[in-house]
Design a protein around this ligand. Sequence first.
Ligand SMILES: [Zn+2]
Length: 82
Amino acid sequence: MTPDEPLIPCSEAVERLWEYLDRTLSAEDQARVEQHLAFCRRCCGELEFARELRAFLATAAADEIPPDVRERLQGFVRELGG
Ligand SMILES: [Zn+2]
């Protein structure tokens, strides 16, 4: 990765948030996501949300997600679709 390489777009960063949290990305992709998060406030918010949701899912069945959280997740997914 060169210093001149442009940041990845938000769509790509958000798409990789879960893998980033799971640390299943390659070191290079991990660095790209980190680089994006360092500059993008919006995706930092998404990262916090994904982290919270992931912690929640670790302790509860998916069908027990409260409606407000489910709605937020659906909005999140819709946004990804553009
Ligand atoms: Zn972003």
